[in-house]
Design a protein. Sequence first.
Length: 250
Amino acid sequence: MWEVRTRPSRAQELCRACDHACSYLFASLPDSARMELASVMHPIEVDAGELVFYEGLPAHGLYILCEGKIKVAKRLKGGRSQILKLLAPGEVLGEKTLFDQETYTCYAKALELSRLMFIAREDFLAFIRKYPDVAIRLIEKLSRELKAFGEKLVEISAHSAKERLARVLLELARAFGKETPEGWDLGVELPRAELAEMAGLTTETTVRILSEFKSRGLISLPGRRIVILKPEELQAMAHPFRTYLRENLI
């Protein structure tokens, strides 16, 4: 009897060649299930500054970030935005609208050239019915994020600007940073305005505090980079809220 073989999809080929750990949601899946999921994925590339989705757009599915960095933010009055989280390879986005079939209430923008996989809602729901462990992990993830955003609200209303910025710098270093001979490089070059959005501050206040941190020897500012020189002093300044920037950090 002839064996029927089908050519792997482009997404399956990319998944097999990927060097990054995939989302926490799929950590317990066997390779066969991962390839089954990849068979319904659609590769997407976005340039730096390009939107993945925007507020008010109908939500049709889930995205997995494979390469690059993405910010998820909410537009505020007066043209300002509040960054909700930053995503790196292995993270998912769009998961909060999987079940309500409504529109996105925030936007996602690429900070650098990024590659994603898109999975249509119907395909993903069929997959988690077959593999309920993924659904349980999704509930766990949403629960952790809900707690983190609740603590973020408390932080914004109750703590000083210096404390909020110190915490953002530490969590950026924890999520994306790398150790260098000079100190902990944040690993992501954010414009001061976007750093301000993350801390819930004005750009002017953020620039002033960064200059103060630099004069105190806590950080250095080579170009657009930020290097933490004395993390223990920043840590002493920041109350340890669980305001995660990366979803896969537990």
